[in-house]
Design a binder for this molecule. Structure first.
Ligand code: GUN
Length: 283
């Protein structure tokens, strides 16, 4: 039976630390502020954005929400971002992805100044992560690293397999594991013998976006299994990328969905907003 890595408990600990620092900053007259932009009506995105707002409120930060209609033009969105870039009460700017198809995601991401890019999606911040000398942690991967640290799970010298090569999770995740001296393999849709590669993993990170993708035969007995997926089933229930019922008896540690990686992403976002506020105010 695997030990459950509880993202709610660990994120609460991180958020507590952030809240203490926010209170100290406020004494100096600085209230960290996060602007969240959402375009369109994607139901999952709406939930994520609401959770981000709620976290700001819990931690004493200011949150500014911009819910724009689906037919927002690129220029309108760029204008808003430009305004926020120049607003000193806004320390972090996040544009919820995915954007509607008529908007150029890369252009929009690149228009957020790196100093306020609390997602760490701007090429300058991505480059810094690659080098290992970064201001902002990529939210989901950093949240996962925090979970591993909390559980005293060693990374050095371990076989780490990341399934998925997205810019948001897979690629930065592989970098953070590499910085901690893991031996990292990144798998994707063209990987041959995926099952065999996954079975090598001491630490297996699933960021595929397909419900129940990782089955028991893909997991080495005693492996640490991290499930990044948030998939909604036809019956409305949330489900990860890992077949939890099958894999849990094989793994040594496993993250649940919901209540695993998701809350950690938000905790890191709060940390990044605090970092941004401190840097922008030379604190
Ligand atoms: N969509 C899914 N995850 C994320 C995230 O971490 N940041 C943003 N901006 N959009 C997302």
């Amino acid at each position: 039976m695997a030990k459950l890595i509880d993202g709610k408990v660990i994120s609460a600990a991180v958020k507590n630390e952030v809240a203490t620092e926010v209170a100290a900053l406020k004494e100096k007259g600085v209230t960290p502020g996060l602007a969240v932009i959402i375009v369109g009506e994607d139901p999952a995105s709406k939930v994520y954005v609401a959770n981000k707002e709620k976290a700001c409120e819990q931690l004493g930060m200011a949150s500014f929400k911009y819910a724009l209609p689906e037919n927002t033009t690129e220029n309108e969105l760029l204008e808003l971002i430009n305004k926020l870039n120049n607003d000193s009460s806004v320390n972090g700017i996040l544009c919820q992805l995915p954007l509607p198809r008529h908007l150029n995601e890369e252009l929009i991401i690149n228009s957020i100044i790196p100093e306020k890019d609390v997602d760490a999606f701007h090429p300058q911040n991505v480059g810094k992560i690659m080098i290992g000398n970064y201001d902002f942690l990529p939210c989901t991967p950093a949240g996962i690293m925090e979970m591993l640290k909390y559980e005293n799970i060693e990374i050095e010298g371990k076989e780490c397999v990341v399934i998925g090569r997205s810019n948001i999770v897979g690629k930065p995740m592989s970098m953070l594991l590499l910085h901690k001296n893991g031996t990292v393999t990144v798998c994707h849709s063209r990987t041959k013998n995926l099952k065999d590669v996954c079975r090598r993993a001491d630490i297996l990170v699933a960021a595929v976006g397909r419900a129940n993708f990782v089955t028991a035969d893909m997991v080495k007995p005693g492996a640490v299994v991290i499930d990044v997926g948030i998939n909604r089933l036809e019956n409305g229930k949330l489900c990860g990328d890992v077949n939890f019922a099958e894999v849990e008896p094989v793994a040594s540690y496993i993250t649940p969905v919901p209540g695993g990686v998701g809350p950690m992403t938000i905790a890191t976002l709060m940390k990044n907003t605090l970092t941004a506020a401190k840097k922008q105010n030379n604190i």
